[in-house]
Design a protein around this ligand. Structure first.
Ligand code: ATP
Ligand code: MG
Length: 565
């Protein structure tokens, strides 16, 4: 490919809306351009890499017996209504205005639809169906370039099984295929158990990449290998030394004191002497007061697990009616409806909390004595530095990007859509499903996040759009130009995909910078001095090593280099 004739619009300046490295570099290298918020066009260079990723994913999916489909993005809304997911997805789902269609954000429904009445017997099972196809999600905050787009490519796979054991096998196959895919793409990842969210199901795991651009918080322990989303992560936090002095509860006038910080400041006490109250509504009818130690936030995922059913925070205007006070003055003493507390508060004595009366707090609270039948659950978020739950290591909490997700769905979709099969005993049962997604653009972006330096991208041979970047210098000179043309032909005849910087007007400096920016694994620099001696310079992008090589030994030198990559 010739840089002079092809569309590779590299940029020197960093676009203002691009803040994370992969986004900046994908724009600077002319791989992508934004069309609208969260909507990107892939330009030829970017599309070439995308196709390489797709090919790796496809090979590994085929290797586990996956059958490739292509389902439409435009779906009749009715099918999505039958599973209740028009509502579950809410604003994320794109609706097509002039027809009763939605743009599919995932394809469980469509898989179930096609299996219905066709996959009839246990003899037709198991099946692995997959596709690599465009998904549409009206993400409220598209950001980080292609990492969170409103339209993106997903490899989504679905298993159909007759038994839970069959599902285990299909799930394990995907787990191993995903590891191979990410290894082949040279991505450092780790796997965490996850909450299943809007998908519903029994077991799921996420393949994550550590990155400040991530929107998931992960608790990870190097020593023990423990990794979990903070939504579900457990730890052993430092235990609290309670003030054991026996006191009755007493009112304290605390004008304008609302937050825990203000309360600590006002009373000159430590955060761990306070209990924060949050009111939630359980199943749209029962108010529940959730007590947390000090400033700790309620982990709503854990709360849902503890209570079962649907849970939402009470609205501002509901608080007074439920508790008698506004936010900032609510507390457990005299609170009539149900109260639950975080485990860290167990044994809590001489605590300060709201009085359910504006501008008042209560001191001297002994939870065991003053709140009858109080139940305790793990309702908090773990923090960096806390001991792992098994006590064998220390947790670190950091941000990460989800690259892939594997779910045991169970029969949620087959039941909703009536997708049944007949088992060995002639009994009719719903098909057991699994679903497995990978974000194709995210692989690309995460690769760049992990493989770059201050000058640009560093491609490995598996994903590189071209093996070799040939930089021809001083091409205004006829004899140099024709020599470079020859080298270009020769390199291709050796079987390499070559990007030839044949621009006549670009200076050597610009060419070197672009070669580093675009990041092909091997640069062949053909300058006047070396060419005169029938030599070229080779520069390895990752290590920066340079060699001067005679044209007659170029073939051997390159095969030696590429055999190590
Ligand atoms: P996230 O928590 O990041 O929103 P998700 O849980 O919604 O992800 P899934 O529904 O499990 O994602 O989709 C499977 C895969 O598709 C994800 O692991 C991710 O790699 C990719 N993906 C999801 N949403 C987007 C998006 N908006 N842009 C690009 N890729 C995405
Ligand atoms: Mg999402």
């Amino acid at each position: 490919m010739r840089l002079s004739k092809n569309f590779v619009p590299t940029l020197k300046e960093v676009p203002a809306d691009a803040v994370i490295t992969s986004h900046i570099l994908m724009i600077r290298t002319g791989m992508v351009r934004q069309l609208s918020a969260g909507i990107y066009s892939f330009l030829p260079l970017g599309y070439k890499v995308l196709q390489k990723v797709v090919e790796i994913v496809r090979e590994e999916m085929n290797a586990i017996g996956g059958q490739e489909f292509h389902f439409p993005g435009l779906n009749p809304k009715e099918i999505w209504e039958q599973t209740g997911r028009v509502e579950a997805f809410g604003d994320i789902l794109f609706h097509v205005k002039n027809r009763e269609y939605v743009l599919a954000p995932t394809h469980e429904e469509i898989v179930a639809y096609h299996a219905k009445g066709v996959v009839k017997s246990y003899k037709d099972l198991p099946q692995i169906w997959y596709q690599i196809q465009t998904k549409f999600r009206n993400e409220p905050r598209p950001r980080s370039g292609v990492i969170r787009g409103r339209q993106f490519l997903m490899k989504d796979a679905y298993t159909l099984d007759a038994t839970p054991e069959g599902l285990d096998v299909g799930y394990a196959k995907h787990d191993s295929a995903y590891r191979k895919i990410f290894d082949r793409c040279s991505i450092k990842y780790f796997v965490v158990g996850a909450a299943s969210g809007a998908m519903g199901g029994s077991k799921s795991e996420e393949f994550m990449v550590q990155s400040d651009a991530g929107e998931d918080n992960i608790a990870y322990c190097e020593e023990t290998g423990y990794a979990a989303n903070v939504e579900v992560a457990q730890s052993i936090p430092e235990s609290i030394k309670w003030n054991e002095e026996e006191k009755e509860v007493y009112d304290i006038h605390t004008p304008d004191v609302k937050s825990i910080d203000e309360l600590c400041e006002f009373l000159k006490i430590d955060e761990t002497e306070t209990a924060k109250s949050r009111i939630y509504i359980h199943n749209e009818e029962t108010p529940i007061l959730v007590l947390m130690l000090g400033n700790e936030e309620v982990n709503e995922e854990k709360l849902v697990k503890a209570l079962g059913g649907a849970v939402r925070p009470a609205h501002e205007e509901e608080l007074k009616e439920i508790s008698g006070a506004d936010a900032g003055s609510i507390g457990p003493i005299g609170f009539k409806p149900k109260i639950i507390a975080d485990l860290r508060l167990k044994g809590g004595k001489n605590l300060y909390s709201g009085a359910n009366k504006n501008d008042y707090h209560i001191g001297g609270i002994d939870l065991e004595r003053d709140v009858s039948g109080l139940e305790y659950f793990d309702l908090r978020f773990v923090k960096s530095g806390e001991k792992t739950f098994d006590g064998k290591g220390v947790l670190e909490v950091f941000k990460a990007i989800e690259l892939g997700h594997i779910f045991k769905l169970g029969t949620k979709y087959s039941e909703a859509l009536g997708v049944n099969f007949t088992d060995e005993d002639g009994e009719e049962k719903p098909i057991i499903m699994g679903s497995y997604g990978i974000g194709i653009e995210r692989i690309l972006a995460c690769y760049i996040e992990q493989n770059h330096d201050e000058n640009g991208i560093i491609w490995g041979t598996h994903l590189a759009p071209y093996h070799i970047h040939l930089a021809g210098l001083n091409l205004k000179k006829e004899e140099l130009s024709s020599k470079c043309e020859e080298i270009y032909e020769t390199l291709q005849s050796y079987g390499y995909d070559v990007l030839f910087d044949d621009r006549i007007d670009a200076t050597a400096g610009i060419k070197f910078n672009d070669a580093d920016l675009l990041g092909m694994p091997v640069q062949v620099i053909a300058g006047e001095r070396n060419l005169k001696e029938n030599k070229v310079e080779i520069k390895l992008r990752r290590s920066g090593e340079r060699f001067i090589v005679g044209l007659d030994e170029l073939k051997d030198k390159l095969s030696e280099i590429f055999s190590h990559k």
